[in-house]
Ligand binder design. Structure first.
Ligand SMILES: [Zn+2]
Length: 277
């Protein structure tokens, strides 16, 4: 499932071509994504101008001149492909938006999603804080508001394990299973540890590890494990930097102990029982 770095990678690629770009032709091949695409999606978006994309957690939001937001959620297996060539429909392409850049160049933004857990929506800008996917989101882990004071407040009297806290989208928006394992390995904290047992030093370490890991992954185009490709079709190379995720019974890079795999909330969780206390 694409997590924050993979979504940011897509968002950065979109930023390179979306800059007051006029929406030309739109085609919806399948509207039954995770939720059904709105009936008036095409008429409402046609001839609007896409101003600029930005990211909120795992969602890409593109503001428009008519005061709307085009939202893209990649779900489990969604991809956005950007093409300036003649379009040939590929399997699982569900939607295509042609845009014309300020310099009159035409691009196709193609939404492809084999499992159809993703979603595309269009709504009024003033509704953004109330949108059902966005209203409960916690802070962005790359923003200044994700800091020791915030985390301390969120975990006080919470006996839930720290890995579940990191993956709770209402606390931190954008972390998922892969990065939660990687961050706790880097911070040397056992994923099963109850959140309220952590001291200030631990919290500082989590904050630093989170920002470092996410930034490093973004700089490498994200992690390609199953479906993630950058919009130009390149893989995300952070997969080569993973320290624990997917490495059950392999040696820890730090101490040579074997990496363990357990399930927390039904999600595979990797850690080194020697390094992570
Ligand atoms: Zn170790």
């Amino acid at each position: 499932m694409p997590e924050l770095p993979e979504v940011e990678t897509v968002c950065l690629a979109l930023s390179k071509i979306i800059n007051y770009s006029k929406v030309r032709k739109i085609k919806v091949f399948r509207k039954d994504l995770r939720w059904e695409i709105r009936k008036k999606f095409i008429t409402d978006l046609q001839e609007d101008v896409l101003i600029k994309p930005y990211r909120r957690g795992k969602y890409i939001l593109i503001s428009t001149l008519k005061q709307k937001i085009l939202l893209i959620h990649l779900g489990m297996s969604g991809q956005v492909k950007i093409s300036s060539n003649k379009y040939n429909r590929a399997k699982h392409d569900h939607l295509i938006i042609n845009i014309e850049s300020k310099y009159n160049k035409i691009y196709s933004l193609i939404y492809n999603d084999p499992r159809r857990f993703g979603f595309i929506d269009l709504f009024k800008l003033k509704e953004v804080e109330h949108h059902f996917l966005l209203k409960k989101l916690g802070v962005d882990p790359l923003g200044n508001e994700f800091n020791v004071d915030y985390l301390k407040k969120k975990i006080s009297n919470r006996s839930k394990c720290i890995k579940s806290i990191l993956m709770d989208q209402t606390i931190i928006a954008g972390l998922g299973n892969i990065y939660a394992s990687e961050i706790l390995y880097k911070a040397k904290i056992n994923p099963l540890r109850s959140a309220d047992s952590l001291n200030l030093k631990h919290l500082k370490s989590i904050i630093t590890s989170t920002k470092f890991t996410l930034k490093q992954s973004i700089s490498m185009g994200g992690t390609s494990i199953k479906d993630h490709l950058q919009p130009d079709g390149k893989l995300g190379y952070f997969v080569q930097k993973l320290q624990v995720y997917g490495k059950k019974n392999q040696n820890c890079n730090n101490c040579n102990n074997l990496i363990s795999m357990i399930f927390i909330n039904n999600r595979s969780t990797y850690f080194c029982s020697n390094c992570q206390k």
